[in-house]
Write a protein that binds this ligand. Structure first.
Ligand code: HPA
Length: 272
């Protein structure tokens, strides 16, 4: 089956369950799943029931699409994402974003947990992603281009929509959240970085490092969707004072910031 047919098949399955409009989609990163508790009139669809959808393998990531009402908008939330380090191809990692577009979604909010490389950051800070440097070493658009999806050489000058960034900053101000801004660098993982790697990533312009998000952002831009990205800084990834890091600490800090994060995303959705 061609990629287009696979996308159509999955989108048709979802449309048979929910056929209304969707104002915005949200991809929920590690430990940020509690946003779904605020969604009313929920339709919950397990990834495992959607044709051609992969299954989540990481602990702490559920595997469900939730469609419902949040702050006066119809929201599609992806609770649990697919990571390149799980062994999925880039096409698979980004497949859900393709399906979103076929469901009529034009705006996408992506969230993640990330290590803070900017020494002015602190654990549990939120960072609006202003730009990225793709250091995964792969790209979801490699291979034949489907012109019906987007251009062969897509523009990335506004990969993180400037208007959405402004809106998010204003929302943070209103909620009295001390919001940071910066460049997100994704690496493949799954290991955390060595001090020498962090030194390089900071030197080339990164403020935060993580293992996700950018494949989805590239594909969303390929299809002319508008993207807002927000990272939760879960640990300090400083080359000179690096401490041993475990996933449980990342989840713990993400949980600590969860309320603030959820409040911000809700406020942004309200103001869209
Ligand atoms: N490095 C990479 N990915 C991460 C980190 C980190 O320090 N923290 C959370 N995700």
């Amino acid at each position: 089956m061609s990629l287009i047919d696979k996308i159509k098949y999955a989108a048709d399955y979802i449309r048979n369950i929910y056929s209304g409009k969707i104002d915005v989609a949200v991809i929920l990163g590690s430990g940020l799943g509690s946003l779904v508790e605020y969604i009313d009139n929920k339709v919950v669809i397990k990834y495992s029931d959607i044709p051609n959808f992969p299954k989540s393998t990481v602990k702490g990531h559920a595997g469900e699409l939730i469609i419902g009402d949040l702050e006066g908008k119809k929201v599609l939330a992806m609770n649990g994402r697919f990571h390149y380090y799980e062994g999925y191809s880039m096409e698979t990692v980004t497949f859900p974003v393709r399906v979103m577009k076929f469901l009529g979604v034009e705006k996408l909010i992506v969230t993640n947990a990330a290590g803070g490389m900017n020494p002015e950051f602190e654990p549990a800070d939120l960072m609006i992603i202003t730009d990225h440097i793709n250091m995964i070493g792969d790209n979801p658009l490699i291979g034949p281009n489907y012109d019906e999806l987007g251009a062969r050489f897509p523009d990335m000058s506004n990969a993180y929509d400037k208007q959405l960034i402004e809106l998010a900053k204003n929302c943070a101000k209103r909620l009295d959240i001390d919001i940071k801004e910066g460049v997100y660098i994704p690496v493949s993982g799954p290991n955390y970085e060595t001090p020498a790697e962090l030194k390089m990533l900071r030197t080339i312009g990164g403020d935060a490092v993580g293992m996700s998000t950018v494949p989805e952002v590239i594909v969303a831009n390929h299809m002319s969707m508008k993207v807002l990205g927000v990272s939760c800084i879960t640990d300090m990834a400083l080359a000179d004072e690096l401490e041993p890091l475990e996933h449980s600490k990342v989840v713990e800090t993400a949980n600590r910031a969860q309320k603030k994060f959820v409040n911000l995303v809700k406020e942004v959705i309200k103001e869209l």
